[in-house]
Write a protein that binds this ligand. Structure first.
Ligand code: NG1
Ligand code: MG
Length: 515
């Protein structure tokens, strides 16, 4: 099932459209209670009901790790936890303002601030404040409106806001994307704009990059475009496109379990040695491979302008093979990386400059000046091989899901193997795993998962496991005993309750007007 990116974020009066499970058309008592609490909390706080509630969920990436910014296809889906934002537009003659509270005010204190009419709202990234994510949503939304409808008399709406988010922060299921997408959606609606999914995606990706991480668009795409019961096959090249892929029936129902490692790696702080360095390494691998194969790369829309997918395309064009099945094309670029990027020990700046026939200052100006990176050597071979092989696994995973309506044991073991290979590649070639995540995957596999891997940026964070419904209890028990209680002997019941969740593929962004 293909979705058209131009379609509007759906609007509904009923939360059942957002949350109803496949088994029933109603919502669970917990969901209803949370919703009622948000609306009554808003009414108590501000003295009237909200006009609408915007909603965006977290996501789990099933396969395709660290390849979105190289513009390769990925296969995430939304999870059921989300960020709900209740809003009322209020009249104001003076400076436009935002009053914002959280249903958990002890942890997330109430704030009030004004919104400049013509300039961007200021965000201090050094102050780790919960409202920063809302501000980055405002900034993206207002910038979009000013560019789309230039009108010097435009005044942003003043709003009262109450927020309820249950996506665990820093937990690898992208609370940040859920927060930013929901915030931008709320501000656009408050200013009378019904936004398309594509426009919301574009502005949310740019808004999140404002915190200094040169990420791809996977998280925001999954948060906005997902549909209940489907995985979201997401393509970034040559243009953004999504396809909803159903999970076929199997003898034992396929379940995805998400387990936190509780090891946190602050992405913004570690970016020069971790996330952004990988973005730089993949870009350098693309331009070096292009040079070695005598092909010219046109600029693409990846964050540094040259991606491995772009090299792939130009290489295939030169060979006259753009009509070949994508799988075969990917095999050829794997081959090229194996044969041509021979230095296992990595490449220094001098060596890369020499290959590109430019000077070191030119190299730095062209590829290493958008953001700081800390590295003596760039592991072009390993990073490119991870990317190409992971891209191949995504294609294989999707092909296997699409082949039949029912998966037999053989297919399921194959899917699990692809997930395990992805983990191994993240661990060895991409070096984005960590001992705790490796541990969790090993314990879970022993207890009966078909496949286990890290999900999200890694270096800690979250893991995802594919397992039969019948093994869920055994895997949860094993992880509790062999990981959580061992590593965190004093773990609270509340923390334990958030450590592992069964994640059902859920709906993406929604605008709910029936409050
Ligand atoms: P996390 O850190 O899990 O939100 C990040 C990137 C994604 C993608 C994955 C790795 C952001 C907002 N997201 O996810 O674009 O590159 O890592 O596959 O930085
Ligand atoms: Mg994130």
């Amino acid at each position: 099932m293909a979705a058209t990116p131009k379609e509007l974020v759906p609007e509904t009066e009923s939360i059942a459209d957002v949350y109803a499970s496949d088994e029933s058309s109603g919502v669970s008592p917990e969901v209803q209670a949370r919703w009622n609490g948000l609306i009554s909390g808003f009414t108590k706080l501000y003295g009237h009901r909200p006009d609408f509630v915007s909603r965006s969920p977290g996501r789990v990436n099933i396969i395709g790790e660290h390849i979105d910014y190289s513009l390769y296809d990925v296969l995430p889906t939304a999870v059921s936890v989300d960020v709900l934002i209740a809003v009322k537009v209020v009249p104001s003659d003076g400076e436009p303002f935002v009053k914002i509270s959280n249903v958990n005010p002890e942890k997330f204190p109430t704030r009030e601030f004004s919104v400049p009419r013509t300039t961007d709202i200021e965000i201090d990234p050094k102050k780790h404040e919960w409202v920063n994510y809302f501000k980055s949503g405002i900034r993206g939304a207002l910038k979009f409106l000013r560019e789309r409808y230039p009108d010097p008399s435009f005044a942003p709406a003043s709003i009262e806001v109450l927020l309820d988010g249950n996506v665990p922060p820093g937990g690898g299921i992208s609370s940040s994307a859920a927060f930013v997408c929901s915030s931008a959606l709320a501000v656009l609606k408050a200013n009378n704009h019904n936004v398309s999914k594509q426009d919301l995606l574009d502005l949310a990706v740019v808004s999140e990059r404002a915190v200094g991480v040169y990420s791809g668009g996977m998280d925001q795409a999954a948060s906005i475009f997902s549909a209940r019961g489907y995985l979201l096959y997401t393509q970034f090249f040559p243009n953004f496109a999504v396809q909803h892929v159903p999970i076929p029936k199997a003898e034992h129902e396929i379940t995805f379990l998400v387990a936190q490692s509780f090891v946190t790696s602050n992405k913004a702080d570690t970016a020069p040695r971790r996330y952004n360095l990988r973005v730089a390494e993949c870009t350098l691998a693309a331009v070096v491979l292009a040079k070695l194969n005598d092909v010219t790369l046109p600029k693409d829309n990846s964050s540094l302008g040259y991606s491995l997918r772009n090299f792939h395309n130009e290489f295939m064009r030169k060979e006259g093979r753009l009509g070949d099945p994508l799988e075969y094309q990917v095999d050829s670029v794997i081959q090229a990386a194996m044969e041509q990027l021979t230095q296992e020990e990595g490449y220094t700046r001098e060596e890369i400059a020499k290959l590109l026939e430019i000077t070191v200052p030119e190299l730095e100006a062209q590829f290493l000046s958008s953001f700081p990176v800390q590295a003596e050597r760039f592991l072009l071979r390993q990073r490119a091989l991870h990317c190409f092989k992971e891209a191949r696994r995504v294609l294989d995973f999707k092909a296997c899901l699409s082949k039949t309506n029912t998966l037999d044991e053989h297919h399921i073991l194959y899917l699990g193997q692809l997930l395990n290979e992805s983990q191994e590649s993240c661990r060895t070639l991409y070096e984005c795993s960590c001992p705790e995540v490796d541990d969790i995957c090993a314990i879970a596999r022993r207890a009966g998962t078909w496949g286990s891997r890290l999900t999200g940026a890694g270096w800690g964070g979250c893991t995802v496991h594919m397992l039969p419904q019948t093994k869920v209890d055994a895997v949860i028990k094993a992880l509790k005993e062999e990981y959580y209680y061992k590593k965190f002997p004093d773990i609270s019941d509340e923390k334990m309750a958030h450590a592992m969740v069964i994640s059902k593929p859920s709906n993406g962004s929604f605008m709910i007007t029936g409050a």
